[in-house]
Write a protein that binds this ligand. Structure first.
Ligand SMILES: Nc1nc2c(ncn2[C@@H]2O[C@H](COP(=O)(O)OP(=O)(O)OP(=O)(O)O)[C@@H](O)[C@H]2O)c(=O)[nH]1
Ligand SMILES: [Mg+2]
Ligand SMILES: [Zn+2]
Length: 311
């Protein structure tokens, strides 16, 4: 049967069957779903899979179907790419005014972690006044062509506008722990079983990882994937060129070399544009840091990858 992963906890998956509309509890069938060496998890919420039943309620996932989109980060501890959600039409990257503090570079990296889907940047907790710093960066994202929205899950401000952006689409909510993803999910779709929401740790001004696994929830024509917040987000291991898609402001410049990465190449027009501030310096530095982090990736991974290519 064909179905979609609706929830994953440890190695148990809730699979919705496209064929009979029921959900089944599944595990992965051993060898057959062997994954690429550098992937941490073979299937994520949103993945479409082939599965077979061995009882009325239980089955085995035998194959992952091709993904249309992914949100993937680099898991430092495991030194592997970890896909957090798949096959969504868009990601809602949530950040917050107030606590936890707004971190634009976190947002830049989150943008780079999304592949094959639209991106919406959402500033929650707008019942707190935006600082000038938050406001300016927000204006910058807007000028770069990103879709942005500022809401408050607490007061309901702009929630109807947000709803309008979500209708008819599958949207994954991602972002730092404590920014209010689950609060938004509860408000937007009023699920029968409310997602837990948690306080922000006062000492560290950050969330406490209230949501511990991804889950798919829907009501009417709004379909969401709530994901666990992370303290840190790092771009997945991939080709350095792929990072360029997260920096549309570089596109306008024709550098001397085709495929210029705008790092140390001679005749780089992007670097020239930095000098007279046609490109925002902090965004550029954010880009350089991401490129460096790709370069510094563990040799352990490189070894595994090398073996894989040789086979
Ligand atoms: N002031 C204010 N607080 C909010 C708003 N939305 C959520 N919060 C609070 O922020 C805290 C964290 O909310 P959660 O929804 O648990 O955050 P989360 O992003 O799901 O966190 P993780 O599950 O850890 O990733 C809770 O105490 C919420 O009540 C808002 O719009 N304004
Ligand atoms: Mg949550
Ligand atoms: Zn260049």
């Amino acid at each position: 049967m064909k179905g979609q992963i609706r929830r994953s906890i440890n190695n148990f998956y809730t699979v919705f069957s496209f064929e009979d509309g029921r959900t089944y509890s599944c595990r992965i069938k051993g060898k057959k779903l062997q994954i690429e060496n550098y992937e941490y998890n073979p299937i994520a919420v949103g993945d479409e899979v082939e599965f077979s039943l061995y009882s009325d309620t239980e089955g085995l996932v035998t194959e992952r179907l091709e993904r249309r989109s992914t949100f993937t980060r680099w898991n430092v501890k495991l030194e592997k790419n970890q896909t957090i959600a798949a096959n969504m039409d868009q990601v809602l990257i949530v950040c917050s005014a107030g606590i936890p503090p707004f971190r634009p570079r976190f947002l830049d990296r989150a943008i780079a972690c999304a592949k094959g889907c639209d991106i919406i940047l959402c500033m929650n907790k707008c019942d707190n006044l935006l600082t000038e710093f938050e406001f300016d960066r927000w204006a910058l994202y807007h000028s770069l062509g990103y879709r942005i929205i500022a809401v408050s899950a607490l007061t309901g401000e702009n929630i109807e506008d947000l709803r309008a952006l979500l209708r008819g689409k599958l949207t994954a909510l991602v972002g730092q722990s404590g920014v209010g993803k689950s609060t938004l999910v509860n408000l937007l779709i009023d699920p029968e079983v409310k997602q837990n929401t948690g306080d922000v740790n006062e000492k560290y001004s950050r969330g406490n990882h209230t949501t511990n696994h991804s889950i798919y929830l829907e009501r009417d024509d709004i379909r969401l994937i709530d994901t666990p917040g992370v303290r840190e987000i790092l771009v997945p291991y991939e080709e350095s060129e792929e990072l360029l898609s997260a920096f549309p402001e570089f596109d306008a410049f024709k550098c001397h070399y085709d495929g210029c990465l705008h790092l140390d190449e001679p005749g780089c027009k992007v670097k020239e544009a930095l000098e007279d501030e046609r490109i925002d310096l902090d965004r550029y530095e954010s880009y350089v840091r991401m490129q460096e982090s790709l370069r510094e990736r563990s040799p352990k991974w490189a070894r595994t990858h090398f073996r894989k290519n040789k086979q």
